[in-house]
Design a protein around this ligand. Sequence first.
Ligand SMILES: [Zn+2]
Length: 272
Amino acid sequence: MIVSVRRAVAVCALGAALAACGTLRAPGTARPAASAPTLAPGPAGLTPVFTHGPRTRDRSVALTFDADMTADQGRRAAAGEHFDNPSLIATLRRMNVPATVFMTGRWADEYPAQARSIGRDPLFEVANHSYSHHAFTGHCYGLPTISPARMRADVERAYAAFRAAGVRDPLPYFRFPGGCYDRRALRELRTAGVTAVQWDVVSGDAFATDADAVARQVLKGVRPGSVVVLHCTRSAAPVTERALRTIVPELRHRGYRFVKVSHLIAAAGDGR
Ligand SMILES: [Zn+2]
């Protein structure tokens, strides 16, 4: 189910508008920054879902990178498997591409220096991809499933991990592991103060071996306001950095500019 977000946006600001954006943040809790643009709750107060920005002449596109690590993958990391991708982050910096990183809390625990570096770089914003990377529905790409009672706690545990790593002001955006959600999941997270962020362009970079095929798929799919899902983990997305070296210059050549998800959400609220 995709909840329509048109006109349903409230841009949070400190002060009077804050109450429109959901629960206030108590000092010291593991909650996201309250100053980011967010969507108003969906029907029946459910967690709002954002899929793409306005389809305007302003050719903005948001590249998003899921930093996946499932709760039980620590042993594989200890054995030398790389769930991070420093050269990908370096390439984004070198090409000056703003991006949103949907990080799992487990990833931040494993790579705190990188999480902190990404989380303190104004080029990037860090958003929440759960702590455990367990599925919030049944039958989601074989991922273990989290019980409804633990859904909100898992999201908040990720924010706690970000703050422990030194990430400043993680965004109140949440990407469901595998992109799998249902009405129950949206209901369980309605008090977590997050906007669920999906995408309209699948890069196909997960387990891909052909960078050109990934680049072609992205370039074919992008439209103004698109949100592209990619991954920031060498383990499961080994050709993403190479694909970016084609994707970025070609989209710029086509008149696109790269923005973060928060920019698209704010633009949706402005009716731009
Ligand atoms: Zn993921």
